[in-house]
Design a protein around this ligand. Structure first.
Ligand SMILES: C[S@@+](CC[C@H](N)C(=O)[O-])C[C@H]1O[C@@H](n2cnc3c(N)ncnc32)[C@H](O)[C@@H]1O
Length: 300
């Protein structure tokens, strides 16, 4: 198993973790808890390759990642061996994406890598992804929860839509394709902004998805376009809590927020932070350990 924090655009530093085969499950479960607690996001996993991203606004870096790996070994009691190496991103990407089958998400969406050659299902809205090293392949429970939530709130026909922390642009593209409305997508990570722009163009959505670089609600484009009646934020529990006041301020009365990147065990904490600013819970969706919240700002 390997875990890779992003160093810069083309190079990934990989920490390979070897655990006894019968301890993989226990180690993975301990690691998921540790990562979510200290603000490291698990991106995807397979038997052979894991990718973990340090979330910049939590100050997470290589040291925290290493600490998480060690902490997971300690809490699970698993004998884990850590080894560092460097991987060139494009080669790493090719190896990872070749193994991605089509992902069906919710009732309406199909997420497909550019490498797939068979015809897409005409019954579904197909989003083709070249995710690069940005998060959002459609595999992760937090993304899947957001796509389900989008389908549930689509009948409200939101017109002013924001995807804060767009990663690969998957949610922004899904919203634009489903609702035929412009979507502002932002990310703190320049690589994600590049990938989102490329993905939007590839899916014929460049005219609807406008992507900008910036940190949270301080992003100038977000301020210019506010207020919103639909906001996606699939980030992490702690950043979500610290952004609750800005979210409430920038959401129109009757507007909807779809929040993800939290474990089901963190729902109470995230909910409490948002209730303090007047937002109310509509739904809590579960995708495995991951929770997605649909919140609403009451009218009046
Ligand atoms: C979990 S990924 C979500 C990607 C995609 N929206 C999805 O649902 O699959 C979180 C994204 O949020 C971005 N992010 C984290 N903190 C942020 C912040 N303070 N402002 C903007 N983007 C942020 C990360 O760079 C990452 O691309």
């Amino acid at each position: 198993m390997s875990l890779s924090p992003r160093r810069h655009a083309t190079e990934l530093e990989t920490i390979s973790v070897t655990v006894p085969p019968d301890a993989v499950e226990a180690y993975e479960s301990a690691l998921a808890t540790v990562c979510a607690t200290i603000g490291i996001f698990e991106l995807d996993d397979s038997q052979t390759l894991w990718r973990v991203e340090g979330v910049k606004d939590t100050g997470c870096g290589e040291d925290e990642l290493r600490a998480a790996l060690i902490l997971a070994a300690l809490t699970s009691g698993v004998d884990a061996e850590l080894e560092r190496s460097h991987t060139e991103a494009e080669g790493w990407l090719a190896r990872t994406y070749e193994s991605f089958p089509e992902q069906l998400a919710g009732r309406r969406f199909a997420i497909r890598g550019t490498h797939l050659e068979d015809a897409p299902n005409p019954q579904r809205i197909t989003i083709t992804l070249d995710a690069g090293v940005a998060f959002g392949s459609g595999e992760h429970g937090s993304t899947r929860g957001c796509l389900r939530a989008l389908e549930m709130v689509a009948y409200r026909k939101p017109r002013r839509i924001l995807d804060l922390g767009c990663g690969s642009g998957i949610l922004a593209m899904a919203a634009a394709a489903l609702l035929h409305r412009p979507v502002l997508a932002t990310d703190i990570d320049p690589w994600s902004v590049r990938v989102t722009k490329r993905n939007a163009a590839m899916n014929g959505l460049a005219n609807l998805v406008d992507c900008h670089l910036g940190n949270g609600w301080a992003t100038p484009a977000i301020r210019r376009h506010a207020p919103y009646d639909l906001v996606f934020a699939n980030i992490l529990a702690r950043p979500l809590c610290s952004m609750a006041a800005d979210l409430a301020l920038n959401l129109l009365p009757g507007g909807t927020a779809i929040l993800a990147g939290l474990l089901n065990t963190q729902v109470c904490m995230v909910l409490a932070a948002h209730r303090r600013h007047g937002l109310v819970l509509e739904r809590h969706l579960r995708e495995g350990d991951w929770g997605t919240l649909i919140l609403r700002k009451p009218h009046g």
